[in-house]
Design a protein around this ligand. Structure first.
Ligand SMILES: *Cc1c(COP(=O)(O)O)cnc(C)c1O
Length: 390
């Protein structure tokens, strides 16, 4: 009989848990040892080898959540991104990447790859044709991120996975914005799924971590490089991350729901110019998002109509200005001033990132309270702007 696969909240709560054989405690015991016996044992355990009991248990949980065979846990999302890319790209190789990538990933590629003799091209747009056009004889990998930051554009995961298979390339995706609750790229043919666990997996703005999920074989390739680079996560934080993930399904579903409500509220508001949210019918990639996502996520962006977004942000009380995202608390930022400040104004313009654009990471608060906060801040900002004009 085929094994019944469990649902997301069951996997979040139970997959990979360690049994407390000694005391029968309810949660995974925490093993902090950096030194393990090496005689008469099968596995030589050491935290930097990614094989302590807690690391292996959490890797099992995350692999189950992403429907992959195996996983590795890292000290940051960027350690997961860099280890994955550098494991499959060697001197003389070429990689095609999506243009609208997380800032740290763009920096890694543009600032470091030359040093390693790795060539790269950013595809002109998100279409599979644009990616295919850039494939050369020495291309070895293809790298995407969807939904993208900050405009929540959607890349066709199946089309990219198919393209990679056709040309014998390793396909990689940064699945951070969707989280495994909303999107499982391995089911669509992607080889390597990367997460900044700092975001939805951690979910409480208090953990820096990363994860990679793939086949046993590809995880071993990444492991061979990663053990030398030394980016593993402390077992204490591994344990804390396991605890956080237990509620990830509940949190992310609440955030999906809230973000949908916020997007609809903002879209009909007379002081809002434009809302970017894949769950809105007005989003150009709505149908594609519907076909590959189980939920539309907790991130959205918007532009105000004739109001100064910096003043608006100052009037928000509940929604806090913050660099990071995906916590249970709602946060907001100006991409032009923070995450995309390093781009030139022309590059931002080209990517459609207006100076007044605001990126909203929607938390788990009651939607009515979030709406009240936004309404008050919009009203105060409008009054200010009128005063300035007088
Ligand atoms: C935050 C983030 C990263 C980097 O993760 P860190 O944990 O900060 O190293 C990578 N990709 C995306 C989409 C992110 O949001």
């Amino acid at each position: 009989m085929a094994k019944r696969s469990q649902g997301i909240n069951t996997l979040c709560a139970h997959a990979g848990e360690l049994e407390d054989k000694q005391f029968k405690g309810a949660v995974s015991p925490l093993y902090m040892s950096t030194s393990y016996a090496f005689e008469d044992v099968e596995v030589k355990r050491y935290p930097r080898y990614f094989n302590t009991p807690n690391q292996q248990a959490l890797a099992q949980k995350i692999a189950a959540l992403e429907h992959g065979e195996a996983a590795l846990i890292f000290g940051s999302g960027m350690a997961a991104v860099s280890s994955s890319l550098l494991a499959f790209l060697h001197k003389g190789d070429h990689v095609v990447l999506q243009k609208t990538l997380y800032g740290g990933t763009s920096n890694l590629v543009t600032e470091e790859f030359k040093k390693f003799g790795i060539d790269f091209t950013f595809a002109r747009d998100l279409s599979a044709e644009a990616f295919e056009k850039e494939i050369r004889k020495n291309t070895k990998g293809i790298y995407i991120e969807t939904p993208s930051n900050p405009l929540l554009s959607i890349t066709d995961i199946k089309a990219i996975a198919g393209l990679a298979k056709k040309h014998g390339l390793v396909s990689m995706i940064d699945n951070t914005f969707a989280s495994p609750v909303n999107q499982n790229p391995i089911d669509m043919g992607i080889d390597v799924v990367i997460h900044s666990a700092t975001k939805y997996m951690g979910g409480h703005s208090d953990i820096l971590a990363g994860a990679v999920v793939s086949s046993e074989e590809k995880i071993d390739t990444i492991f061979q490089l990663a053990k030398n680079f030394g980016g593993s996560l402390s077992d204490y934080t591994v344990w804390l991350l396991e605890r956080s993930i237990k509620t990830m399904g509940l949190r992310v579903k609440a955030q999906n729901e809230n973000a949908g409500r916020m997007a609809e509220f903002l879209e009909q508001h007379e002081l809002v110019e434009k809302v970017y949210y894949p769950g809105l019918k007005s989003h150009p990639d709505h149908e594609l998002a519907k076909s590959q996502m189980k939920g539309f996520g907790g991130m959205l962006s918007f532009e105000l109509k004739g109001l100064d977004s910096a003043i608006f942000m100052k009037y928000l009380k509940l929604i806090k200005p913050s660099m990071s995202l995906a916590g249970v608390e709602s946060t907001i930022l100006s991409p032009a001033k923070t995450s995309h400040a390093l781009l030139s104004p022309e590059e931002r313009e080209e990517q459609g990132i207006k100076d007044g654009l605001l990126r909203f990471s929607v938390g788990i608060e009651e939607p009515e309270d979030l709406i009240a906060d936004i309404e008050e801040a919009l009203e105060e900002t409008r009054k200010d702007m009128v005063d300035v004009r007088i």
